[in-house]
Design a binder for this molecule. Structure first.
Ligand SMILES: Nc1ncnc2c1ncn2[C@@H]1O[C@H](COP(=O)(O)OP(=O)(O)OP(=O)(O)O)[C@@H](O)[C@H]1O
Ligand SMILES: [Mg+2]
Length: 200
């Protein structure tokens, strides 16, 4: 089995949940006894700030020799083809399935080289089961089918009381504290799909 993995979370769109997904994925892997190395390339340093807050709570999130590197990126044009993304085993792309966001995300995906497109995994985020969102998710499916590259993973619902507080940092791992059933089920489903793809 491959020893080190790199997962980049990107997508050329701001405010779609990239940093939230990085933090959640790190928590998931840590709860499974894996070690992670977080690299935050976003000048806003949202994820690094979360790592530092957890350190202040007495909990180490990231170590330089962590087996799984997770890279957060800035949600602006130009950030998407950094050296990290080119070398990533998985490219996770959270998106909000709304018309305006989809245009950006589809355009970005179509601009990628085929070898990168094959490593892209779209993660619908902030789902609230509206018709517009269902149409948006089908649109991504159609693009993936046409390109014959990329994958669509199950997503995370819009849960303001659950996901945003994560980035405040905590002395406890998100997955080792009591969670409602819906949160447990959707995160379990998503992270099982992700880790299956890197053979963990
Ligand atoms: N599933 C969700 N439910 C509710 N709120 C969410 C969810 N995912 C993310 N958020 C909130 O949406 C906002 C944007 O999320 P986040 O900072 O993770 O996005 P980002 O893509 O990293 O943004 P940026 O491009 O600025 O780096 C945050 O306030 C976050 O708490
Ligand atoms: Mg961010």
């Amino acid at each position: 089995m491959k020893k080190d993995w790199m997962i980049a979370v990107t997508g050329d769109k701001g405010g779609v949940g990239k940093s939230t997904l990085v933090a959640l994925l790190a928590e998931w892997l840590l709860a499974q006894g894996r070690s992670v190395h977080i690299i935050d390339t976003d000048p806003n340093q949202t994820t690094q700030t979360w790592v530092d807050k957890c350190t202040n709570f007495g909990r180490t999130i990231s170590s330089k020799d962590g087996a799984i590197t997770i890279v957060d990126t800035a949600g602006t044009s130009g950030s998407s083809l950094t050296k990290y993304i080119r070398h990533a085993d998985l490219i996770l792309v959270p998106f909000k399935p709304h018309v305006a966001d989809l245009e950006v995300i589809v355009g970005w995906f179509l601009s990628l080289k085929e070898s990168l497109q094959s490593r892209v995994f779209f993660v619908p985020n902030m789902l609230s089961n509206t018709k517009e969102q269902r149409t948006g998710v089908s649109e991504i499916s159609a693009v993936i089918k046409e390109e014959t590259r990329g994958q669509l993973l199950s997503g995370l619902s819009e849960r303001k009381a659950v996901y945003p507080p994560l980035l405040n940092g905590s002395k406890n791992n998100f997955f080792e504290t009591k969670r409602d059933r819906k949160t447990r089920e959707e995160t379990q489903k998503l992270f099982t799909e992700i880790t299956r793809n890197i053979n963990l």
